[in-house]
Design a protein around this ligand. Sequence first.
Ligand SMILES: Nc1ncnc2c1ncn2[C@@H]1O[C@H](COP(=O)(O)OP(=O)(O)O)[C@@H](O)[C@H]1O
Ligand SMILES: [Mg+2]
Length: 269
Amino acid sequence: MTEMIELPMGTSDRPRIIAVANQKGGVGKTTTTINLATALAACDKKVLIVDLDPQGNASTGLGIARTARERDTYAVLCEGLPVMKAVQPTVIPRLSIVPASVDLSGAEIELVEQGRREFKLADVLHDTHGVDYVLIDCPPSLGLLTLNALVAADAVLVPLQCEFYALEGLSHLMKTIERIKRALNPRLEIQGVVLTMYDKRNNLSDMVAADVRGHLGEKVYETVIPRNVRVSEAPSHGKPVLVYDMKCPGSQAYLHLAGEVMKRERIAA
Ligand SMILES: Nc1ncnc2c1ncn2[C@@H]1O[C@H](COP(=O)(O)OP(=O)(O)O)[C@@H](O)[C@H]1O
Ligand SMILES: [Mg+2]
């Protein structure tokens, strides 16, 4: 008789890897990474955030002190530190993080010299055990770090701010994703596009939302993240908004988004 093998907490041996990417800054990548991750963890999933932005905002937003980031994404990518040695717990049950420090700003240049430079992150993420989802918070560029995220990922989630220039730059991102899919990572799919910082008092928000849906159709999640001051206050308390104020509209929106993401993941599987 075969022995029962007990699997770790995660439900499958390999996590689903989702890159949160948009080369524009300030569109809600980090906010979405933190709060989607928290919402997924609240749904009993084991989630790991990889902070891939040298600014380290995801790490700060989860209360990881600057002095506690010696084992960071840089050490994992450039110095051969095993990824599981860089994983830190957060105050959220089931949510952990590989933090980022300013050291990571050197990685774009250092990686150029290395073999398999586009596959560094993909290679190290092979060693994540017992995790359901890895969410990668990308920096605001399409440089080598974001390239690594898109090569490592099963899917990319694109936050898009409801502003006049929302669609500008998006076609460049979409073409980049297509190119990576063809040349480096045939698994890569677009999980979806999420409209962020929607302001219902502003007609422009509605126009942008309609325009984006016209262009991208079902790729756009039904959930729209409203502009909500509680969302912007939460990081200064080192907490996801879901912990800071679970009832506020921003938190509720991120819970809905997590539902949509999991539904799409089930269909993809
Ligand atoms: N829904 C929202 N409502 C209000 N402020 C938001 C919202 N989403 C993000 N912000 C704020 O906008 C700024 C940029 O968001 P951030 O997630 O850091 O973007 P990115 O990671 O793309 O640069 C931050 O100060 C953040 O607190
Ligand atoms: Mg960010």
